[in-house]
Design a protein around this ligand. Structure first.
Ligand code: SF4
Ligand code: SF4
Ligand code: FES
Length: 256
């Protein structure tokens, strides 16, 4: 992360923020991420999707008059006057080593890899810090009870930002416990998806070889045209939406 201050004339309400101790006046409507770029920082780390899904932009901050240490995603949190902040592009978390193919998916296996889960004191600081509104304390309680599928279900939206771990007095790394449980759940505890196996077999059998070769032989301008003309899924499509052209779609009836 590097910075060069700017002297752009303000055209809207400006607020002061302090990035790692240095003051910048930035438009009040900006997110922390955009404000830092406005201030001249080039974000090399601590920046990914810009849409609240990659978890790269964890940030800690304080505001004047409040003793609270707050956390949030820089791409989603709007600046506040006098905010003192710093990015947490990486949080050093304990990550157990394991060979998932050797595991059965039991709670005992999770407890063996992460025995510190039993140190949880139920303070709820993790839940309060989660930008995805996940009930982190509850999934940790499920981990303690050995409910691997329960952890997987509750933690499904985790973006691995690390903010829960940054606030945990018991030094848990909740998101690594959670991703282990989701892996075990997907691999060992849910029925195998027959239609996925069918689709893989169909791909391996050469179903897409010819059309892929046609695409690879096309001129770039023609590729751009068919990409632009493609039938895109509407924003509010129902779950069972399928395109008009179903040449390369395995339909539900074909699967059943
Ligand atoms: S559970 Fe933790 S790592 Fe996952 S999104 Fe919430 S705060 Fe981030
Ligand atoms: S912050 Fe840590 S100790 Fe507190 S409830 Fe969450 S996991 Fe447990
Ligand atoms: S940049 Fe991806 S969550 Fe903020």
């Amino acid at each position: 992360m590097t910075a060069k201050n700017t002297s752009q004339a303000p055209s809207e309400e400006m607020v002061p923020i302090f990035v790692m101790g240095e003051r910048f006046d930035v438009p009040a409507s900006l997110t922390i991420q955009k404000a830092m770029e406005y201030a001249g920082y080039q974000l090399i780390r601590g920046c990914g999707c810009r849409g609240g899904v990659c978890g790269a932009c964890g940030t800690v901050y304080r505001t004047p008059g409040s003793y609270r240490l707050e956390v949030g995603l820089a791409c989603q949190t709007v600046v506040q006057p006098g905010m003192y902040l710093t990015l947490l592009p990486f949080f050093p978390g304990n990550r157990a080593g394991y060979d998932i193919t050797e595991m059965e998916g039991t709670g005992e296996e999770v407890a063996e890899l992460y025995p510190e889960i039993f140190k949880c004191i139920g303070c709820n600081a993790c839940t309060q810090s989660c930008p995805m509104d996940i009930d982190v304390m509850q999934y940790m309680a499920r981990a303690i009870r050995g409910d691997v599928s329960g952890v997987a279900e509750l933690s499904f939206d985790c973006i691995m930002c690390g903010l829960c771990a940054s606030r945990c007095p018991a030094e848990e790394v909740q998101y690594n416990v959670a991703i282990l449980c989701r892996r075990l759940h997907g691999r060992n505890l849910v029925p195998a998806a027959d239609h996925l196996a069918d689709a893989v077999e169909s791909v391996e059998g050469g179903r897409f070889d010819e059309p892929l070769q046609e695409l690879m032989d096309m001129e770039e301008k023609d590729l751009i045209k068919i990409y632009r003309d493609r039938e895109a899924e509407p924003d509010n499509a129902e779950d069972d939406w399928v395109p008009e052209d179903r040449d390369y779609v395995v339909s539900r009836s074909e699967r059943d």
